[in-house]
Ligand binder design. Structure first.
Ligand code: TTP
Ligand code: MG
Length: 346
């Protein structure tokens, strides 16, 4: 039997805001705008008690939760934290399938360690090294691992074993079944079906006839059957690091220090993911928000820190640094997987 782990960060954007501003801890934090055009990206669990939810218009969130503390989203920072969390995943296995900025499947079948222990290890490591909590689901396929991670959210961990499947799934509202979207859910409700228990009574031919191809998939999933592989080929197009500086600067030394730090990070990330990149790009945003990117391609891929750094420094020298810089970033793209035999040279 396979060992699959699904990880989902708790209240991701809100957790990052609390991490960077601990005075927000324990408070109803709402990430998004509260004016008429603003939308809630997410909110802390304290705000969820008031009914605030992702994708809700900000003014409604404010009405529901008048004490809510609204903060503007900082997507660059979330990307940075996401990369650090994913680096932890890749440190455990290269069989990682990223599902979104805060969610991934790991196939740990080949790791000679109890799968719950691996799950706990990941939880603790993310908390210690990054400072935020994740929920972990452990099972023998993707469908069940995802249900498990959602079970005790936030800060939960749960394993679904084969013998638990009927009991666990019976009471589940059909909307919780990954693959049953709004349309399918409405169609099923039309015929009086709202829980998995009811859905289990439908035959395979009926499911196929009524819901088409997805009907077949759902038929098997709710019986705990899901053979989908953890798909690592979900293309990673580039690996980059960037930061908005604490204060805008023209100081070349400061910028070089960042480039060096980024190069080190990127190199480590590439090695972990068994990748090499050919194109090095520097991104600069000036204090007037003007954005420029300058890149250079090598004739072969690299994951070597010194090599990335020397190309990056070369590019930086060509960039106008007489104007104040607000943000600096470094990216390696044009990525290729390194074959196993080449890996021996590391
Ligand atoms: P989710 O994992 O769906 O939500 P979450 O991490 O905030 O909360 P949970 O504890 O339930 O997992 O999404 C991850 C991030 O994606 C979320 O923090 C903000 C962003 N997001 C949006 O911007 N809009 C949306 O509608 C949703 C659902 C998420
Ligand atoms: Mg999440």
């Amino acid at each position: 039997m396979r060992k699959i782990i699904h990880i989902d960060v708790d209240a991701f954007f809100a957790s990052v805001e609390i991490l960077d501003n601990p005075s927000l801890k324990g408070k109803p934090v709402i990430v998004g705008g509260k004016n008429s055009r603003g939308v809630v990206t997410t909110c802390s669990y304290e705000a969820r008690k008031y009914g605030v939810r992702s994708a809700m218009p900000g003014f409604i969130a404010q009405r529901l939760c008048p004490n809510g503390i609204f903060v503007k989203p900082r997507f660059e920072r979330y990307k940075e934290i996401s990369q650090r969390i994913f680096d932890i995943f890749y440190g455990i296995t290269h069989l990682v399938e990223p599902l979104s900025i805060d969610e991934a499947y790991l196939d740990v079948s080949e790791i000679d360690m109890d799968e719950m222990e691996i799950g706990r290890y990941i939880k603790d490591k993310v908390k210690d090294e990054v400072g935020i909590s994740v929920s972990v689901g452990v099972s023998y396929n993707k469908f069940l691992a995802k249900i498990a991670s959602d079970w005790n959210k936030p800060d939960g961990i749960m394993q679904i074993k084969p013998e638990m499947v009927p009991i666990i799934l019976y009471d589940l509202p059909i909307g919780k079944v990954y693959g049953i979207g709004k349309k399918t859910s409405d169609k099923l409700k039309n015929i009086g079906i709202s829980k998995v228990e009811d859905l289990l009574k439908l035959s395979l031919p009926f499911m196929r006839e009524y819901l088409g191809r997805s009907g077949e998939e759902i038929y098997f999933k709710i019986r705990g059957i899901d053979e989908r592989r953890v798909d690592t080929s979900r293309e990673i197009k580039s690996i980059g690091r960037e930061t908005t500086l604490r204060t805008d600067t023209t100081n070349e030394e400061t910028l070089n220090e960042y480039i060096e730090l980024f190069a080190k990070n990127i190199s480590r990330s590439l090695i972990r993911k068994k990748l090499k990149g050919k194109t090095v790009t520097i991104k600069i945003k000036y204090s007037d928000f003007k954005l420029i990117t300058r890149g250079r391609s090598l004739d072969r891929g690299t994951c070597d820190f010194e090599e990335i750094l020397s190309v990056a420094k070369y590019i930086l020298e060509e960039i106008d640094l007489s104007k104040e810089v607000r943000l600096i970033g470094l990216t390696l793209s044009n990525l290729k997987e390194v074959s196993e035999e080449q890996l021996d040279f590391f």
